[in-house]
Design a protein around this ligand. Structure first.
Ligand SMILES: CC(C)(COP(=O)(O)OP(=O)(O)OC[C@H]1O[C@@H](n2cnc3c(N)ncnc32)[C@H](O)[C@@H]1OP(=O)(O)O)[C@@H](O)C(=O)NCCC(=O)NCCS
Length: 210
């Protein structure tokens, strides 16, 4: 590695899981950065909250830093990632050692793959995505930037998930379908048709929530 320090941006529950992935992958984490100044000085997972965004901006001028994105909200995660890159930090791609990733799959920078997830051949995951615990991404998928596939969700072969879209817990998308950008698929939903940008879908089969 050509960087010296890894910091987790976001000291919430999601940040804890990302920290755990780094530890399981044998990476040394220096601590957290969080926008909430009242958290600074506290400890999470035994690690210090080093500072807020201004700390990161300043630290990046004197240290080679890599940040792992510990923020669950897709739009916020994108904004923070873009800001971190402007500061000159690298975005770490963190993969839990128990994840199974095809040799022909591609992962964008800043993406996090959690325990037990499987990403099958010729699938591409964009930047800053979350592939959560136990997710199955079948073959030939395209998962957009800053999308979040929640725990135990699954996509069939040849599925596209748009940027910043969120698949809820245990939801699934049938093969050959496209879910647009900025969509929300409710927990447990089964998507059987293409979904237009910005829509929220729930149920089995999934129907639009207005
Ligand atoms: C889909 C979701 C975003 C809707 O949230 P919301 O906008 O606050 O909507 P509401 O709770 O007001 O529900 C709107 C309607 O959809 C229904 N609904 C909500 N979630 C549903 C779900 N998962 N499955 C079936 N119906 C659902 C509600 O019963 C309600 O129906 P009604 O209008 O007939 O009463 C949310 O319920 C959900 O499933 N989120 C996913 C959470 C998740 O998996 N998080 C992962 C964390 S890692």
């Amino acid at each position: 590695m050509d960087y010296e320090q890894i910091v987790i941006v976001g000291a919430s529950g999601h940040g804890k899981v990302v920290t755990d992935i780094c530890h399981c992958a044998g990476l040394v984490v220096a601590g957290f950065v969080d926008d909430d100044p009242t958290k600074v000085g506290r400890r999470v997972c035994g690690l210090p909250i080093l500072g807020d965004d201004s700390w990161l901006a300043e630290a990046a001028t004197r240290l080679p830093l890599a940040v792992a994105l510990g923020i669950g909200d897709n739009a916020i995660r994108q904004r923070v990632a873009e800001r971190c890159e402007r500061y000159g930090t690298k975005l770490l791609t963190a993969i839990h050692p128990s994840a199974t990733i095809s040799r022909s799959a591609r992962l964008g920078k800043g993406t996090v793959v959690m325990a037990g997830a499987a990403i099958n051949p010729d699938s591409e995951i964009g930047e800053g995505a979350i592939i959560n615990t136990g997710v199955v991404v079948e073959h030939d998928n395209y998962i957009g930037d800053y999308a979040h596939l929640s725990a135990n969700s699954a996509t069939g072969g040849n599925v596209t998930i748009g940027s910043r879209s969120h698949l809820g817990l245990c939801s699934c998308v049938l093969p050959n379908l496209r879910v647009g950008d900025d969509c929300t698929i409710g927990a447990g939903a089964v998507v059987i048709r293409n979904v237009l940008d910005g829509r929220t879908m729930v149920g089995v089969p999934a129907r639009r929530v207005s």
